[in-house]
Design a binder for this molecule. Structure first.
Ligand code: PGA
Length: 272
């Protein structure tokens, strides 16, 4: 089954509104025909509304995503964002369970003290809960999974990834399961410049697809599986050329229009 590649930029805690506006304006100005590649940007919460409005005003096909969500409805949850708030900003996607929110960093930045890290602590259970509410909304989740370096060294990669996928998808509506985007992001490759080699990334992405197939075969055929972890213009084509890698979740290289656009072009080349 043909799956349209999906390249999403995760800006993390970067970009003020003017900076993000300049970045997206530059991306829109890259006038190449990128069909059939789908492109998304995931700004920080403070820039979602402005970037959503800009994309709408320019009639751009670039999709808007948020980096996390707390819940549905309204309530006394200081500092948190709800699904209706994200929809209101024009979001179509939301990242869930990024390793930086699962509270299981490979290396902890100096400024991030452990009590603060614990507050982030998304678990397999909370990711599943968030996925189930997102799937009942107009948003589509991009669910991140991936092993730490210690888990890889202990030979636990397959078990960790399989159990994260099974837990995240547990009980989701099978009718929409194929719309979910899964991102395989080995924690040791995120922001380190160390990329998982393409054969190993393909092997794990295939394992992810097989895990989904055990739940629902049609969903496994339709589901886009991204690779994330130090994706750059010079390694994108090789990674995206793998049969079970249908896109990329890009951190650092999504912050410069030329770098991100080059990754999008690589996705177009590999899509044929
Ligand atoms: P990176 O981040 O591209 O900077 O490694 C990827 C991610 O965390 O999604």
């Amino acid at each position: 089954m043909a799956r349209n590649p999906f390249i999403a930029g995760n800006w993390k805690m970067n970009m003020t509104v003017p900076e993000g506006t300049a970045l997206v304006t530059a991306l829109i100005e890259e006038k190449d025909d990128i069909t059939p590649v789908e492109v998304g940007v995931c700004p920080p919460a403070t820039a979602l509304y402005a970037i959503g409005k800009l994309l709408q005003e320019k009639g751009s096909a670039i999709k808007l995503g948020a980096q996390d969500v707390f819940g549905d409805g309204t309530g006394a949850f200081t500092g948190m964002l709800s699904i209706p708030m994200l929809v209101d900003c024009g979001c179509q996607y939301v990242i869930l369970g990024h390793s930086e929110r699962r509270g299981r960093f490979g290396t902890t930045p100096d400024w991030l003290t452990s009590p603060l890290q614990a507050l982030f602590a998304d678990s397999n259970e909370s990711v599943n809960l968030k996925a189930s509410i997102v799937m009942r909304s107009p948003l589509t989740p991009i669910i991140c999974v991936g092993e730490t370096i210690d888990e890889r060294k202990a030979g636990k990669t397959d078990d960790v990834v399989r159990s994260q996928v099974e837990a995240a998808l547990q009980g989701l509506d099978k009718g929409r399961l194929g719309e979910v985007v899964l991102a395989y992001e080995p924690v040791w490759a995120i922001g380190t410049g160390e990329t998982c080699d393409s054969a190993e990334a393909q092997r794990v992405c295939q394992l992810i697809r097989n895990t989904v197939a055990a739940i629902d075969t049609a969903a496994a055929g339709a589901m886009r599986i991204q690779y994330g972890g130090s994706v750059k213009a010079d390694n994108a084509e090789e990674l995206l050329g793998q049969p079970d890698i249908d896109g990329a979740l890009v951190g650092g290289a999504s912050l410069k229009a030329a770098d991100f656009a080059a990754i999008v072009r690589a996705a177009k080349v590999t899509a044929g």
